[in-house]
Design a binder for this molecule. Structure first.
Ligand code: SF4
Ligand code: SF4
Length: 496
């Protein structure tokens, strides 16, 4: 059981008693991470993890093939990042480049939801939903299926190379590479029409960048889920550090209930002690909770950065408790407060509603409502204006002041439209859109194609006699010539 021991040992310098310089042991600067051989386990949390694994992987691999009818000239893929037309489609939502704030809002919303999950149930994201956890679980299941459970794998790895072992290893790496390849293949499908891209990939007609991305993601999935596994959570991911700073004593976390488990004794010794009227703990020191842990953590030592809160040690310990006829949940989702309360002879309390969960919920509601109302209120046309930075204005030969701006007119309709561009005629201001003819009333009239953005250079000139102030609001209004629908954008007219 060399590997078994190795999987539970980390280099613990704090236990080394250094007296003199000569006592300094010859410790290596870098301690290789012991290989973890997680054992299979059955139970409630394992079942939840299998279900979530199937659902999330199903969504990831199949979502690009879900169709969504947006009408003619529009892509029919429900979720699509269209780099060519610089648009993002998500079912009925269509995000244009000018609306990138929606993506910012989504990221803020995702962070707040993560904080709320953490305040309620610790690293529930890490244990059940994080892609690293899900793909590692899938790779581990493949490994177990081919090479056997923990004990077999440890013995095989410690033994000599045989033909059988070589075949098993080859098959395992082949399947891992296939999973990794499908993962990369699914990813690129989010950036083009999926059925067409799959056909083009198969017939070697797809763009080279698609093959490159599949190659990169195949490699990263294979390495991260096949080899690095828990090392990603321990050394690469910032969330455990942030999470540790955000959690509090009321958050549910996977905990060893030491108030019930200590002192630990073997089952036989514990029976003898109980017969004598003594009160040993319920933990029989069987090590099953460590054996099943995908990160090699001994949860009995308390909160640990390596614990991804997957709950598998709860299943393992519950199975042991069931076999020896003791109550389950010696390891359980619990809070520090409750451990303290039980030791003081008080009843458990759970406080899901507290100041931080209320704060996160309110913030989620605010950001969500702002995004929703912006989505509902947005029209199928818009205009934005951007003033030239240098020079801010020019003085023409007749003393007039001229400002140059760039405006973008967005037509989100599936038909071509004509827009009239107007601005306030303060100080007899004159508006000219470069390369665009004026209508009968003197304002420029511009054609914008279906689902297109038209960029225009506009010049606003105010005669010197008008004495424009150094800064004045400049409102651009675009009016759909056919429907009369209008949209506005504001910038400034700058003068000396
Ligand atoms: S599985 Fe339960 S009984 Fe066994 S060592 Fe872990 S905590 Fe103790
Ligand atoms: S200690 Fe338990 S909950 Fe934490 S990672 Fe290991 S098995 Fe999962």
């Amino acid at each position: 059981m060399k590997g078994a021991a190795a999987s539970t040992q980390r280099c613990d310098v704090s236990t080394v008693n250094l007296q003199t310089h000569e006592d300094v042991p010859d410790l290596p600067l870098y301690a290789a991470a012991p290989k973890v051989y997680p054992q299979s386990v059955h139970g409630t949390y394992r079942r939840i993890k299998w279900i979530l694994l199937a659902v999330t992987l199903g969504i990831y691999y199949l979502l690009p093939f879900v169709r969504w009818n947006r009408g003619p000239n529009e892509p029919s893929q429900a979720v699509l990042v269209d780099f060519t037309h610089r648009k993002f489609y998500f079912f009925f939502i269509e995000i244009w480049p000018q609306e990138v704030y929606f993506l910012t809002g989504l990221l803020i919303l995702a962070a707040l939801i993560l904080f709320l999950m953490n305040a309620l149930a610790g690293r529930v994201w890490c244990g059940y939903l994080c892609p690293q956890t899900i793909w590692t679980d899938l790779f581990l299941a493949t490994e177990r299926w081919i090479e056997g459970d923990r004990r077999e794998r440890i013995l095989k790895d410690a033994g000599p190379w045989t033909m059988t072992r070589l075949k098993e290893k080859s098959l395992k790496h082949f399947i891992w590479l296939m999973i990794a390849w499908w993962t990369g293949g699914a990813w690129v499908n989010y950036f083009a029409d999926a059925p067409t891209l799959v056909h083009d990939l198969a017939t070697f007609q797809a763009p080279i960048v698609a093959y490159a991305w599949i190659g990169i993601l195949t490699f990263t999935t294979y390495v991260l889920a096949g080899f690095m596994r828990e090392q990603v959570c321990l050394y690469m991911c910032p969330w455990p550090r942030i999470q540790a700073a955000l959690t509090d004593e009321n958050a549910l976390n996977v905990m060893y209930r030491h108030d019930r488990g200590e002192p630990r004794t073997s089952f036989k010794k514990s029976a003898v002690l109980r017969a004598k009227g003594e009160h040993p703990g319920d933990c029989i020191d069987c090590g099953q909770c460590i054996a099943v842990c995908p990160t090699g953590v001994d949860i009995r030592n308390g909160a640990n950065l390596g614990c991804i809160q997957c709950g598998l040690c709860i299943d393992a310990c519950d199975n042991v408790m069931g076999r020896i006829g003791r109550s389950p949940r010696l390891i359980a989702y619990d809070t520090d407060i409750n451990v303290g309360r039980r030791l003081a002879g008080k009843a458990n309390v759970f406080k899901p509603i507290r100041s931080r969960t209320i704060l996160y919920t309110v913030m989620i509601a605010i950001v969500g409502s702002v995004m929703l109302s912006t989505l509902v209120e947005r029209t199928n046309m818009s205009v934005s204006a951007m003033h030239d930075r240098n020079p801010m204005f020019v003085e023409t030969a007749d003393g007039s002041i001229r400002n140059a701006l760039t405006i973008h007119i967005v037509n989100r309709d599936s038909n071509s439209r004509q827009f009239k561009i107007e601005t306030e005629r303060f100080g007899a201001a004159h508006l000219e859109a470069v390369g665009v003819p004026n209508g009968s009333d003197g304002w420029p009239i511009v054609d914008v194609g279906p689902d297109q953005i038209r960029e225009l250079r506009v010049l606003v000139t105010v005669p010197a006699a008008a004495h424009p102030p150094p800064k004045q609001a400049l409102i651009f209004k675009i009016i759909d010539v056919a429907s009369g629908e209008a949209a506005e954008a504001t910038d400034n007219f700058v003068a000396p």
